[in-house]
Design a protein around this ligand. Structure first.
Ligand SMILES: [Zn+2]
Length: 83
């Protein structure tokens, strides 16, 4: 039985699990990006749906630095990534 997930991926349903393997893999990739930050920063970024460098570029650093959990070291890390 073929299933199309909410993001438009087509996949074969093998078990009763409805999790799309493509979405699951990309969620894992997002998580890997966040791993370079401290735990509070990871939560803050994830809550604001910032899970990639592109997402960070859509926001300005001043706004990001106001988020709860984003400290000076995280902002420095982000600046390094953007260079
Ligand atoms: Zn999917």
């Amino acid at each position: 039985m073929k299933i199309t997930c909410e993001n438009g991926h087509c996949f074969e349903r093998i078990s009763s699990c409805r999790v799309c393997p493509i979405c699951a893999a990309s969620a894992h990739k997002d998580y890997e990006f966040l791993l370079q930050f401290s735990a509070p920063a990871q939560r803050a970024l994830f809550q604001h749906k910032i899970t990639s460098l592109e997402d960070i570029q859509k926001n300005n650093l001043e706004d990001l630095s106001k988020l709860h959990g984003i400290g000076k070291s995280t902002i420095n890390k982000i600046k390094q990534l953007l260079n």
